[in-house]
Design a protein around this ligand. Structure first.
Ligand code: ATP
Ligand code: MG
Length: 602
């Protein structure tokens, strides 16, 4: 492609809308254009990158035995009503774009495709002989994200590869999952990314396995905890660890003490001269179930620990049946503001006791009349602890479960693992922290959707059984941008060779010099003929502008038809290292071919 004929506009200024380097660079280098919040046009250079990523994904999926298809983006509401997700997705969570057609039929734009694919399996898979099967597509997804941001990282319209496997049983599903795990490692390695596979939260579906693939970068929205020995890595949402040991309590007798102005654990510990490990902290949450039922959750946890809200949410989903709900729609700390909606009288915030009276709750139709009382494991064995006295400005010390307070009957593990904690698999290892961008997720789904949509098959023994499913996603457009987030310098993008829009850019410093033009045209033709994807910068611009643009768009190898032409040579510069070399014209094609191969097998 000739730059003179391409829609090619680079910006000197950093666009105000962009916060992170990759977003700034993709805008400045003319790869993407914002059309609306979270909605982007992929311009010609970007589209080539996306095609490259898609091709790697396709090759590895095909090699793992998956079959490509294309499912509709426009989906009827009935399918989602059958799975029970229509109301949550369109109203409660509101992530799904919904619309009515001219016949007033409700439809939605696909945020994901479990419903569609499961219907197809229900209709087409009859017998165990047709199994296993794994179908995938590479397609635009629509999600009305609350906070679209960082360009392609969190879009409202984005490209995803999603795959769905169907098996006879759990064992088969696990085999498919393992195949996808290997394929994903290949995909991210071949795309030139530094990544980590981490244990991930599988939500309330529970039990079965789920892994996320994280591209390591400071701008990542996720936190990963891992050990140096390589034996453990998990999303912080899912991570487990050993809590630090509690030191022996300095308190010997139970008493109430005046502790003015100590409404935080820090202030209280300073005042009482004790460690946070001697404290039972009582945290109040407000959860709302999908049927609109609000429940106030009082959780007791050791003072030095924090509540992991994902783990807490999973526990609350398990208890949904008690409240005639299925899932939890929202969970937040019940602060002074939220108490206006439900408190019968003001709570002694900062001084709440484990036995906080239900009388604080003003009975209401959509409000559970009693606190849901949970205790985290870290608080169960504490002795002679300090905690709130249920009166502003007062705490009690030397308290024990079974004496001063009744131990809540629901013991849960909802503490947040933290960097520096000891690892469970080997307590001499401590957890380290890194930021990650989630580019892929593989998930053992089980029978959640096949049961809901009644997708069954007939086994060899003639039994009618639900299909056992797995699902596997890759954020294709997010992946492309995260490659930039991992690889850039002050002058621009440094694409991994495997996904660069072009491999080589030939720059003519002076287009009025006939010899330069002639040599460049020849190189351009030769390289393209040899299968090397090449750009030709034949614009009427100053050399400085051309070099700046070449750096900005990040093409891996730059060939310059400059002074050394007289000696039958051209200058070749590697974008990543800026290493420059004079190479004889006669050897240029072969050398570049070799460099491209070397880069792919790194
Ligand atoms: P996240 O937690 O980042 O919202 P998710 O758990 O909703 O992701 P999945 O439903 O598992 O994501 O989707 C599969 C993949 O699609 C993700 O691993 C991610 O790479 C990508 N993805 C999800 N949401 C977006 C988005 N809004 N924009 C771009 N890519 C996305
Ligand atoms: Mg999401």
């Amino acid at each position: 492609m000739r730059l003179s004929q391409m829609l090619f506009v680079t910006l000197r200024e950093v666009p105000a809308e962009a916060e992170i380097p990759s977003h700034k660079l993709l805008l400045r280098a003319g790869y993407i254009r914002r059309i609306a919040s979270g909605v982007y046009a992929y311009l010609p250079l970007m589209w080539r990158v996306l095609q490259k990523v898609s091709q790697i994904v396709r090759q590895e999926m095909n090699a793992a035995g998956a079959q490509e298809c294309l499912l509709p983006q426009l989906q009827p509401a009935e399918l989602w009503q059958e799975s029970g997700r229509w109301d949550t997705y369109t109203k409660a969570e509101g992530i799904m774009f919904a619309l009515k057609d001219r016949q007033e039929r409700e439809m939605g734009l696909g945020p994901t495709h479990e419903e569609v694919i499961t219907t197809i399996a229900r209709d087409m898979v009859r017998s165990y002989r047709q199994l296993p099967i794994n179908l995938y597509q590479i397609q635009t997804k629509f999600r009305d994200e609350i906070r679209p941001r960082f360009g392609l990282m969190r879009g409202r319209e984005f490209i995803m590869k999603d795959a769905y496997s169907f098996d006879m049983d759990e064992a088969g599903m696990k085999q498919n999952y393992e195949k996808m795990n290997r394929a994903y490692h290949n995909i991210f390695r071949r795309s030139g990314l530094a990544f980590r596979a981490v244990e991930a939260d599988s939500g309330a579906i529970g039990g079965s396995g789920s892994q996320e693939f994280m591209v390591l970068a400071d701008a990542g929205e996720d936190e990963v905890l891992y050990t140096e020995d390589g034996q453990y890595s998990a999303n912080v949402e899912k991570a487990i660890s050993l809590a630090p040991d509690a030191t022996p309590s300095p308190f010997t007798t139970y008493e109430k003490r005046e502790t003015p102005g100590t409404d935080t654990i820090d202030k209280m510990c300073q005042f009482l001269q004790c460690s946070p490990t001697h404290v039972v902290k009582n945290v109040l949450y407000q959860a709302v179930y999908d049927n609109g039922m609000a429940v106030l959750v009082l959780i007791c946890i050791r003072g030095d620990q924090e509540v992991n809200e994902v783990k807490l949410q999973n526990e609350l989903v398990k208890l949904a049946g008690q409240y005639q709900g299925k899932t939890v729609l929202s969970l937040k700390v019940a602060d002074a503001e939220s108490q206006k909606q439900w408190a019968a009288k003001p709570l002694p915030l900062g001084y709440i006791a484990p036995d906080l009276s239900d009388k604080y709750i003003q009975a209401g139709k959509n409000l559970a009349a009693k606190f849901l009382r949970l205790v985290d494991k870290t608080a169960v064995d504490l002795q002679n602890f300090a905690t709130g006295a249920d009166e502003a400005g007062y705490h009690v010390v030397g308290a024990n479960w079974g004496q001063a307070f009744k131990l809540p009957s629901l013991v849960v593990d909802v503490r947040k693992a933290r960097p520096g904690d000891r690892a469970i698999h080997n307590p001499t290892q401590t957890l380290q922290s890194a930021r990650g961008i989630e580019v892929g997720h593989i998930f053992q789904l089980g029978t959640k959707y096949s049961r809901a949509l009644n997708a069954t098959y007939t086994s060899e023994q003639g039994e009618e059984l639900p299909l056992v499913m797995g699902c596997y996603g890759i954020g294709v457009s997010r992946l492309a941008q995260s490659a930039v987030e991992q690889s850039y310098d002050k002058d621009g993008i440094i694409w991994p060779v495997a996904i660069a829009p072009y491999q080589v850019i030939v720059v003519i410093p002076n287009i009025t010099d006939a010899a330069q033009v002639k040599a460049a045209e020849q190189i351009y033709t030769d390289l393209n003929q040899a299968g090397i994807e090449t750009l030709l910068d034949d614009r009427d611009e100053r050399p400085g502008v051309k070099f700046k643009d070449a750096d900005l768009i990040g093409i891996p190898f730059r060939v310059v038809t400059g002074r050394s032409l007289q000696a039958g040579k051209v200058e070749v510069v590697r974008r990543a290292t800026r290493e420059a070399q004079e190479i004889p014209l006669t050897e240029l094609t072969a050398i570049l071919q070799q460099w491209i191969i070397d880069a792919a097998t790194l």
